[in-house]
Design a protein around this ligand. Structure first.
Ligand SMILES: Cc1cc2nc3c(=O)[nH]c(=O)nc-3n(C[C@H](O)[C@H](O)[C@H](O)COP(=O)(O)OP(=O)(O)OC[C@H]3O[C@@H](n4cnc5c(N)ncnc54)[C@H](O)[C@@H]3O)c2cc1C
Length: 527
């Protein structure tokens, strides 16, 4: 008996492709995953794993493993010419907003290996040394041309996801533009061991005119990840080693380097692809957007793309949502990517900019005003919301209808804390949340669609979180609210469920396509 071809081909096994593959596999859709590199490699770029990413990992039952492998950061230290100028303890800055109130420092290479292992456990192995070199589409298939071991083959699938990084061959093959520009500054990144200096559980920041240097803790004792901008006189050299750069981080952060694990230099661009979908082909992660690494958002945004796309692909392939659900992927994610690239561009300009404004930000605002400002709860909440990606919303998106209390459709479901209203999200399935009482009519409508109803007793905490008492919140598999409204009429909810042909995993109306029912049952029993 021949093995059925996977419905989804994922080109690129960076963090975006790996999370997409893992979410799909856990949903019972086994993808084919290829990567042109010979192995996962050691080039470690992203350090910051934000709360929203950990919330998704919790839905997959893998958050605890990631947190145990990484290091939670408890604040920022500002350095001025090698002297500690200010310590900004952030404590649990996101307490009450997310079950993960801190940023996790987790080197990207370790993180990718962790994801690869989880993927292997889910029964999917990445095919290394396999490059996508072209593609063509017909009405119902996409045909990818792959090169492996000097031989070209064609591989056809229902969908193709280009998670193949900023030079994306998929994006090129689609002819999708990547407008934006390159920053003048050139960056360096290094993994070093330091003496007489510990990064501690802190982001270490040193800002100077036309330069900055960040030092992140790595779990291996004594190791620090450095990220900085090369001075103009070194920027054009192609033969740089760490020794050429060494005096800069040593002077800025006051550390003494004893060993160098890895060193690299690179240019950074700020660009967003013109489209994230063409027919049966999608772009995710760096293939769709790139920007300055300051702010630690790039990888987290790619993982957010992956989750947004994965549940939609799985639902459509399993006949549990209308194919039009896939149109919402571009609408939701391209808007966020454009906002993010514009804001990181502005922030980066402030950090390295010349003139009085740049000087004020580096010398006054960051080391002196910020430590005082973060003591104000509203400032802490705003900072956490911005960086942690917990404030991402899809309000104008096609899948968002209605609102109740302060929660609008498209918002990430607010987290209550106690009781833990994120616990049911581990089903990664549509579900209705009610904070208060559930009427019979609602139970009947939800049961017909196979959607579970999760009831939480009304409390002052529910009001503080923005919920309206007894209202209906139909929550998507990724934890965003799809529909919100009052229980006095079911018409809105029924129209929404019918419009998108939503059938939850509890649906018993028709047998699912081959293998899917079993996969869904397995999924519901995993952690
Ligand atoms: C120095 C630095 C620091 C950073 N720090 C942070 C941070 O703290 N937090 C954060 O969120 N982000 C950070 N980023 C950004 C982050 O590293 C990227 O956003 C992230 O790697 C994107 O993941 P990806 O999977 O989309 O793409 P990539 O990681 O680029 O992976 C793409 C994969 O596709 C493969 N591939 C390419 N072409 C093909 C092809 N034709 N066929 C098959 N396979 C192909 C490649 O081999 C690669 O494995 C940083 C970036 C840099 C450079």
């Amino acid at each position: 008996m021949s093995t059925p071809r996977p419905d989804v081909l994922i080109a690129g096994a960076g963090p975006t492709g790996l999370v997409l593959a893992l979410w799909l596999a856990r949903a019972g859709v086994r993808p084919r995953v290829i990567d042109k590199a010979p192995d996962p490699g050691l080039a470690s770029r992203a350090m910051a794993v934000q709360a929203r990413t950990l919330e998704f990992y919790r839905q997959l039952g893998i958050a605890d493993g990631a947190v145990a492998d990484g290091m939670l950061m408890s604040g920022a230290r500002f350095w001025d010419g090698g002297r500690l100028a200010a310590l900004v303890p952030l404590g649990e800055i996101g307490a009450g907003i997310s079950p993960f109130p801190l940023v996790l420092s987790y080197p990207q290479d370790d993180h990718e290996r962790f994801l690869l292992e989880r993927l292997r456990e889910a029964g999917v192995a990445v095919e290394w040394n396999t490059e996508l070199v072209g593609l063509r589409q017909t009405a119902d298939r996409v045909h990818a041309r792959l090169r492996a071991g000097g031989t070209e083959t064609e591989s056809d699938h229902a969908y193709l996801c280009g998670c193949d990084g900023s030079h994306s061959a998929v994006r090129h093959a689609l002819g999708v533009g990547f407008p934006g520009a390159k920053y003048d500054s050139k960056f360096y990144v290094a993994d070093v061991a330091g003496e007489g200096w510990s990064p501690g559980p802190f982001v270490n920041v040193s800002l100077g005119r036309d330069t900055f240097c960040l030092g992140f803790p790595v779990r291996r004792p004594g190791m620090v990840r450095l990220l900085g901008i090369l001075p103009a006189e070194l920027a054009d050299r192609t033969d740089l080693t760490y020794d050429d750069v060494r005096p800069i981080p040593e002077r800025l952060l006051g550390l003494r380097t004893t060993d160098v694990n890895w060193f690299s230099t690179y240019h950074v661009h700020h660009r967003v692809a013109e489209r994230f979908r063409v027919g049966r082909v999608f772009l995710s992660g760096d293939a769709g957007h790139v920007h300055s690494p300051a702010g630690g958002q790039g990888m987290n945004t790619g993982i957010g793309d992956a989750v947004n796309l994965a549940w939609k692909l799985a639902a459509v392939l399993q006949g549990r949502s209308a194919p039009a659900v896939l149109d919402s992927y571009e609408a939701e994610r391209i808007r966020f990517a454009r906002t993010l690239v514009a804001s990181t561009d502005r922030a980066f300009g402030f950090l390295v900019g010349r003139g009085l404004r740049g000087w004020l930000i580096r010398r006054v605002v960051m080391p002196r005003v910020l430590p005082l400002a973060v003591k104000v709860p509203a400032v802490r909440r705003a900072m956490f919301g911005l960086l942690s990606q917990t404030r991402i919303e899809y309000r104008p998106g096609p899948l968002s209808v209605g609102g109740a209390g302060r929660v609008r459709a498209g918002d990430r479901l607010p987290w209550l804390g106690e009781p833990d209203n994120f616990a049911p999200l581990t089903s990664r399935d549509w579900q209705v949340h009610v904070y208060g009482d559930v009427g019979t009519a609602l139970r009947e409508v939800a049961a017909r669609a196979g959607v579970s109803v999760e009831r939480f007793a009304w409390s002052a905490g529910c009001r503080r979180a923005g919920f309206a008492r007894d209202a209906i919140y139909l929550v998507r598999p990724d934890g965003h609210v799809g529909f919100a409204g009052r229980q006095n009429t079911m018409a809105g909810l029924e129209t929404y469920l019918a419009r998108w042909a939503i059938r939850g995993a509890n649906s018993v109306t028709e047998p699912a396509p081959s293998g899917v029912g079993a996969a869904r049952r397995a999924e519901r029993s995993d952690p």
